[in-house]
Structure formats: C-alpha cells, structure tokens
Design a binder for this molecule. Structure first.
Ligand code: PPS
Ligand code: ADP
Length: 322
C-alpha cells in the first residue's frame, strides 16, 4: 500500500546539524536526516529540500522550502546557493512542509521507518491528548531553560521558582545539571562532545515533561548556543521553550564560588572550566534575561525577585492556565 505522509518540519533552525525534527500532524515523529538541503538565497528565499535518507533511504523526498524570515546576512541579491551540509550562518529559521509516498504494509513490506540508528520503528498515537492533560492540570506544559555560568544562580532561582509554583498548586519540576549528572548523565564528562550529549538528552527528557503538561525548569550551564537551539527546535510548540539567560558577570560568579571550582580552575587544578578555559556562548534572543542588578540601581537582585520576574512572565503569557 502507498501512503502519502505529510511531514511538517516547522521552525527548523538553521544549524550545521545533519538532523532535524520531523512532525506528523503537529506531533514529533522523530528525527530525520536532510542530507541535501539547498537554498536559493535571493528575493524569493525559496528552495528545495530533499531527504533521501527518510524511510531508510527507500523513499526520496523532494519538497518546497519556505524561508520564514529572510536570511539576515545575505549580502547579495543575486541568487547564491547553499548546498549540502555546509554552514548556513545566514539562515535563521525556515520551515518545511513536505510530503512523500511511503510504501507500507503488505505481506512483503514493513510499515515502519528508520530514525537515526533505530530501524523498523513507528510512532504510536495515544488517545489522551496533551491538551486534555493540560486541562486537567490547569496549566500549560513548557520548558524554562536556565543557562548561565557556574555560580550565576541558575539552581537557586529555579528552585525558588519551583517552590513558588508548587505553592500555587502547579505541577512543576526542576532538572538540575549537577543532579542529572548523578544518574542519567553520569557517563558524561565536560568535553564539548559530552556537554552536547548532556544537553541533547535533557532536552529530550524536558520535551517529554512538557508533553506531560509539567512546567519544567532545566538548569544546566548549557554553554553552546547550537545545543540550546537544537533543544528548542525539538519542542512540539514554539511557545514550549523559554530561554532564561542568567546574565551574571563572571566576576560575581567567581566571588560566589560556592564549590571552589573557579579557584581550582584559576590555579590550573581544574581544566576546561566554563568561563575560564572553556567557552560560554551567550544567548542572542533569550525570552528572559536575568541580570544582577535592576536598571539604574546599585542593589543586587535577590533570587526571590528574579523568580518573581519569571513568574510574571509565565502568568502574562498564559502558562498558568490551560
Ligand atoms: N569543567 C567544568 N565546567 C563547568 N562546570 C563543571 C565543570 N566540572 C564540574 N562542573 C560542575 O558541573 C556543573 C555543570 O554541569 P552541567 O551539566 O550544567 O554542565 S554543561 O551544561 O554540560 O556544561 C557545575 O554546576 P553549576 O555550578 O551548578 O553550574 C559545576 O559544579
Ligand atoms: N540573586 C542572588 N543573589 C545573591 N546570591 C545568589 C543569588 N543567586 C544565587 N546566589 C548564590 O550564588 C551561589 C551560586 O548559586 P547557584 O544557584 O548554585 O548557581 P548555579 O546553579 O548557576 O551554579 C549560591 O551560593 C547562591 O546562594
């Protein structure tokens, strides 16, 4: 049997990654490979995507691509081509909607597909919708992604906010980098590759929590912009991911140094420490930026005031009702 399948790859971020989230009727069906994506970058900003590796490479997909926002740094009006898997730093966001014909069950074929390294798998739809879960909880699931240097106050503010939301009867949970590294991610260190996998895994877990309807607070240094953006792109809804940048100067973090890690790093006893001899890439468009001091004030903000700002955001944006 031949089935026409519509993949809505909404808001895929322009990254150098090979993988992108695929959605079927608004629901994630996993990650697909886009081995050849090319853009005609010019006035129309349209192009074509092909995803031959979908369905185990059996069913090539060719589809129109619409660039949502014109590439910011596209300097020439003359069409220029980005092809293959190279960098496309000028592409901010674009969306795909494409169809392909899938061969499915008959006595000789298998109605399943390949995602990443997983073969012969299939998405199962439940009968309880996310909306129904959210209705029963009186809130909207989401992921508040706290990012910032060690000592910037991610955990303190996240747990303060959790306490406040719990007191209001909301379903809320904090996933903290230190804690998750005690279990799920205990096999990961602090190399760039391990940090990437750390963020990928917790992004996926957070996505499940959001789907459950939980207000999920993720508190990880998450130093790489690309990794945070990938986590964002994996969410089911645009509004699911709220990036909270703890924009606290390193001098303050270093003064706090509750674990003595900055001291050890400065003394050369701890290598690859974020902010000292390892990078931290600041968010460019975080939904919430938390700063040490309020504008025109010399007073440092208390964690409670910071949590209260985030609570206001959640309330104003409608996350605290279904
Ligand atoms: N090399 C190095 N760099 C940064 N941080 C280090 C390092 N080694 C250990 N730690 C401790 O690990 C905590 C950060 O873990 P994360 O999982 O949040 O890190 S990351 O997102 O993968 O970068 C971090 O916790 P926080 O201080 O709460 O941020 C540190 O206590
Ligand atoms: N807004 C704040 N004002 C003053 N001290 C803070 C504030 N936020 C956090 N701290 C203190 O800074 C230290 C580091 O905070 P923590 O939440 O552990 O940071 P992170 O999780 O980013 O490493 C802790 O000792 C905490 O009490």
């Amino acid at each position: 049997m031949r089935t026409r399948v519509l993949y809505d790859v909404a808001h895929m971020l322009g990254t150098t990654r090979r993988t992108t989230a695929l959605k079927l009727g608004g629901v994630g069906v996993g990650v697909g490979l886009l081995p050849s994506v090319s853009f005609l970058c010019g006035v129309s900003c349209q192009g074509f995507a092909s995803a031959a590796a979908l369905n185990g490479g059996a069913a090539p997909v060719v589809a129109p691509v619409v660039v949502e926002r014109a590439p910011q740094q596209c300097r020439s009006n003359a069409p220029s081509l980005w092809g293959g898997l190279g960098r496309a730093p000028f592409v901010e966001r674009y969306s795909f909607a494409f169809t392909h014909v899938r061969e499915s069950s008959s006595s000789s074929t298998v109605d399943a597909y390949k995602v990443g390294e997983s073969t012969n798998i299939k998405w199962h739809e439940g009968s309880v919708s996310r909306e129904a879960r959210e209705q029963s909880m009186g809130q909207k699931g989401c992921v508040l992604w706290f990012t910032g240097l060690s000592g910037s106050g991610k955990s303190t503010v996240a747990y303060t906010l959790e306490h406040a939301l719990h007191g209001m009867g909301k379903k809320v949970y904090v996933m903290d980098g230190d804690n998750i590294r005690h279990g799920l991610n205990s096999n990961l260190g602090f190399s760039a590759v391990d940090r990437e996998e750390n963020i990928r895994r917790i992004g996926e877990v957070a996505k499940l929590f959001a789907d459950m309807g939980v207000i999920t607070l993720v508190s990880f240094i998450s130093p790489y912009r690309n990794d945070r953006d990938l986590a964002r792109s994996r969410m089911a809804r645009d509004t699911d991911f709220v990036e909270v940048f703890m924009k606290i100067p390193i001098e303050i973090c270093e003064t706090r140094d509750p674990k003595g890690l900055y001291k050890a790093a400065r003394a050369g006893k701890l290598k690859g420490f974020t902010g000292i001899d390892d990078p931290y890439e600041e968010p460019l468009n975080a939904e919430i930026v938390v700063e040490a001091k309020k504008e025109a004030s010399d007073e440092l903000e208390a964690p409670e005031a910071m949590a209260s700002t985030i609570l206001d955001y959640l309330s104003t944006k409608g996350y605290l009702s279904a």
